[in-house]
Design a protein around this ligand. Structure first.
Ligand SMILES: NC(=O)c1ccc[n+]([C@@H]2O[C@H](COP(=O)([O-])OP(=O)(O)OC[C@H]3O[C@@H](n4cnc5c(N)ncnc54)[C@H](OP(=O)(O)O)[C@@H]3O)[C@@H](O)[C@H]2O)c1
Length: 257
């Protein structure tokens, strides 16, 4: 494969927002490693390859640092390099419990998957990127964190999710600062309400809220909406930005009177 093709690792890239991102990156000439927790990559691999590049599945639990080593090694073996890390994999709580009754077990599960996992996966990938940059000054790396409007919007029935995303927003800034000297930008993409399996259970609720004006743009977001935003960042279209938040929320966060 051509060395000028960027190699991207998209966590949670098997479906939903992650797959939307993987398709957008494949369409603009990236080779892709999609990660998920399921044993098999599924039909998405063929769909990505049909876009012109190489794609493969690397199974691994982002919550488990032992899996990180295996995931990054698999990418290194397949492509010899890694330019793009998309920290997308994330979960909601097993049950939506009021913070007055929520359990430490649910809290730990969400925090390990949504915050601790990507924080340490990024550490591992960042070290690999720095190694590549030192070996080849022309190396281009970029890291993107997919957070959520829940980084700042309070939902008292899923406090652990909100805290995990708020923490992830800080992780994006931390890595933006640390990796700046190596010319590796780090961006945060903050989606609003996006139609995926994660939100399928609350479809009727949000259909109604969108109809009542929840967002300035009166529709659900799609994985493709998020994919296009991430693709622009990976292309380097925002070349003089790092550590910034890109809202992909249909204008949901503008306060009006
Ligand atoms: N949907 C929304 O409205 C929305 C809004 C804001 C932010 N987000 C964030 O966007 C990200 C993607 O959400 P989504 O709606 O696309 O979710 P989704 O449809 O539920 O897909 C989640 C993906 O993450 C993978 N995954 C889950 N746990 C994992 C683990 N421990 N290790 C590795 N992979 C794991 C899943 O793997 P398998 O396919 O193998 O199960 C799946 O591919 C999440 O971080 C979410 O918090 C979503």
């Amino acid at each position: 494969m051509a060395k000028d093709r960027k190699v991207a690792l998209v966590t949670g890239g098997r479906r939903g927002i992650g797959f939307g991102i993987a398709k957008a990156l494949a369409a603009q000439g990236c080779d892709i490693a999609i990660n998920g927790i399921s044993p098999e990559g599924g039909a998405g691999i063929a769909e990505l390859k049909a876009l012109g590049g190489d794609a493969f599945y690397v199974q691994g639990d982002v919550a488990d640092p032992a899996d990180h080593a295996r995931m990054v090694e698999a990418v290194r073996e397949r492509f010899g390099r890694l330019n793009v890390l998309i920290n997308n994999a994330g979960i909601g709580p097993r049950s939506r419990d009021d913070i007055l009754t929520a359990t430490p077990e649910n809290y730990d599960h969400v925090m390990q998957t949504n915050l601790r996992g990507p924080y340490f996966l990024t550490q591992r990938v960042a070290n690999f990127m720095v190694e590549q940059k030192k070996a080849d000054p022309a190396f281009e790396g970029v890291v993107v964190f997919i957070t959520s409007i829940s980084s700042t919007v309070v939902s008292v029935n899923r406090g652990e999710y909100c805290i995990s995303k708020a923490g992830l927003s800080m992780a994006a800034q931390l890595y933006a600062v640390r990796l700046a000297e190596f010319g590796i930008p780090v961006h945060e993409v903050r989606p609003g309400i996006i139609a995926t399996d994660l939100t399928a259970g609350v479809k009727a609720k949000y259909d109604k809220l969108f109809a009542e004006g929840l967002a300035l743009l009166p529709r659900w977001g799609t994985p493709e909406d998020v994919g296009r935003a991430v693709a622009a960042l990976v292309r380097g279209d925002l070349a003089y930005s790092t550590g910034q938040v890109i809202m992909v929320d249909g204008g949901m966060q503008i306060q009006t009177l």
